[in-house]
Ligand binder design. Structure first.
Ligand code: SF4
Ligand code: SF4
Length: 111
């Protein structure tokens, strides 16, 4: 039976969250490959007051982060794991957001 909350390397659900972008702070941007970043003002729809300076795009049919590799729910890795943005570090495995994304992608069995 699938574990209640899978290991993150067997999951990746939170790296594929709809058509939003991954917000990238200026401090994050200094550590990330420039080719993965898009200037937020070019990305549209973000509130200009709260908008971070850069974003990383969601790409493909699954709308997944451009840095995600592998198959969601099977085996994944992050191309920039050591330098991933703060927002990625803040999301805790087993948190409400995590469980919500597991449900969206039907990974594990948190419901
Ligand atoms: S949704 Fe949860 S279990 Fe899956 S990769 Fe994200 S934090 Fe890890
Ligand atoms: S940068 Fe890495 S951890 Fe953050 S959303 Fe993209 S693939 Fe996931």
């Amino acid at each position: 039976m699938a574990p209640l909350i899978p290991k993150c390397t067997d999951c990746g659900a939170c790296c594929a969250h709809s058509d939003e972008f991954v917000p990238v702070r200026y401090e994050d941007s200094m550590r990330l490959p420039q080719e993965l970043l898009v200037c937020a003002t070019h990305a549209g729809k973000w509130d200009t007051v709260q908008m971070p300076p850069y974003v990383m795009r969601m790409v493909g049919r699954e709308k997944r982060c451009i840095a995600l590799r592998g198959e969601i729910g099977e085996g994944v890795s992050c191309d920039v794991y050591r330098n991933r943005p703060k927002v990625c570090r803040a999301l805790k495995r087993g948190s409400m957001e995590c469980c919500y994304m597991l449900g969206v992608h039907r990974v594990g069995r948190p419901w």
